[in-house]
Ligand binder design. Structure first.
Ligand code: SAH
Length: 350
């Protein structure tokens, strides 16, 4: 098989056979990688020009009822210092963010039962009323259809829920019995049905992951056809059983970003904090591979050190304004234009 021909096929048809993807992932060489990145970037530019969309991230809570083996805020991490933001904290983050120009807020957290549906509806409504010009994205894990519907009706626009891995057996190796890939997928299809812009994605280089698993992740995303795709390297956390595992590589993460871009040309793809954590230039390289979103942290600086999904997470103690200035400068230096609008997926209509 000819890797350049596979890349050309992906570029032209946004699809490839399983065998072709696997061959590419297993055999791609430096020169072919540069070609892949070039084609991916061209695809981003055709759809979104050279814009990088900004989202303000608010980390709601690091309490979690789940016990995902890889995650630093898993229930059985007894050394995590837990916190919760209340409505007032959240609105204050939004105020700061809005003044800085953010028009998307992403509320992310563990699965914390303290936030009942009523509380979450209250939060979404308050943000919606105060900031009618902003997109509200939630990333709060698995919920029943009715709960997702309530948040949507209260004004939430988007929902992020990575599938993590599309292979049943691999899913089992990363999650306890109480969780299932089937439920995760059902949640994703429910979110789409309700009308959210949906984001999914996976970790690159998570323990026991094979190249076949990665190809399955790509094929699952192609089938789901989400509006957004978040993917970043797995990074071990010292308070988990995966503490001695190695992190996902920069190279493989970039290849995956580029392949997702070619398969889902109109997706919004963040250059993740995890990517910026394994390499100081990781996020810029992510943009060169087809990413076009960045999510600066708007959480209060006291809690940022506590929302630790993995070790060494890059986080400045800076005020939001200061870190926005720094990030903006980096994006411009890398040759991209900072876009502070809502930045909806170009195919989406409410
Ligand atoms: N509870 C929410 C939000 C999870 S945190 C949910 O279930 O969707 C957001 C993402 O961080 C997760 O989807 C996971 O892919 C990623 N993550 C968790 N632990 C990680 C680790 N050790 N390394 C890299 N990414 C990790």
């Amino acid at each position: 098989m000819d890797i350049i021909a596979i890349i050309d096929k992906l570029y032209e048809t946004n699809n490839a056979e399983r065998e072709e993807l696997l061959y590419l992932v297993e055999n791609i060489k430096e020169e072919e990688k540069s070609y892949l990145m070039r084609k991916a970037k061209e695809t981003t530019e055709k759809n979104y020009s050279n814009k990088v969309f900004m989202r303000g991230l608010i980390e709601l809570t690091n309490f979690c009822k789940n016990d995902c083996y890889y995650c630093g805020i898993r229930r059985s991490n007894k050394n995590a210092e837990r916190y919760r933001l209340n409505l007032e904290d959240i609105l204050s983050c939004c105020k700061t963010g809005h003044e800085l120009g953010f028009r998307t807020f992403v509320i992310q957290g563990g699965e914390d039962m303290h936030y009942t549906d009523d509380k979450l509806v209250e939060i979404v409504k308050a943000i919606r009323e105060n900031y009618p010009d902003c997109a509200i994205t939630l990333s709060l894990g698995e919920k029943p259809y009715e709960s997702y519907k309530k948040y949507f009706d209260a004004g939430a626009d988007r929902y992020l829920l990575r599938h993590e891995t599309a292979d049943e057996e691999h899913y089992r190796m990363l999650h306890p019995e109480s969780m299932s890939l089937a439920n995760r997928k059902e949640c994703l299809y429910n979110l789409k049905k309700i009308g959210y812009q949906v984001g999914s994605g996976f970790m690159v280089g998570s323990p026991y992951q094979t190249k076949e698993n990665l190809v399955d992740d790509l094929l699952f995303l192609k089938e789901l056809n989400p509006h957004m795709v978040g993917l970043g390297p797995f990074i071990p956390h010292k308070e988990t059983d995966f503490r001695d595992e190695s992190h996902g590589t920069l190279e493989m993460t970039l290849v995956m970003i580029a392949l997702v871009r070619l398969m889902l040309p109109k997706a919004l793809i963040p250059a993740t904090t995890a990517l910026g954590t394994i390499d100081p230039k990781g996020r810029e390289m992510g943009f060169d591979a087809g990413a076009n979103v960045i999510m600066p942290n708007l959480s209060p600086s006291e809690v940022r050190k506590k929302y630790l999904l993995y070790d060494n997470k890059v986080s400045t103690g800076d005020e939001a304004a200061e870190s926005l200035r720094a990030i903006t400068a980096k994006i411009r230096d890398a040759g991209y234009e900072v876009d502070m609008t809502r930045g909806d997926n170009i195919e989406w209509k409410r």
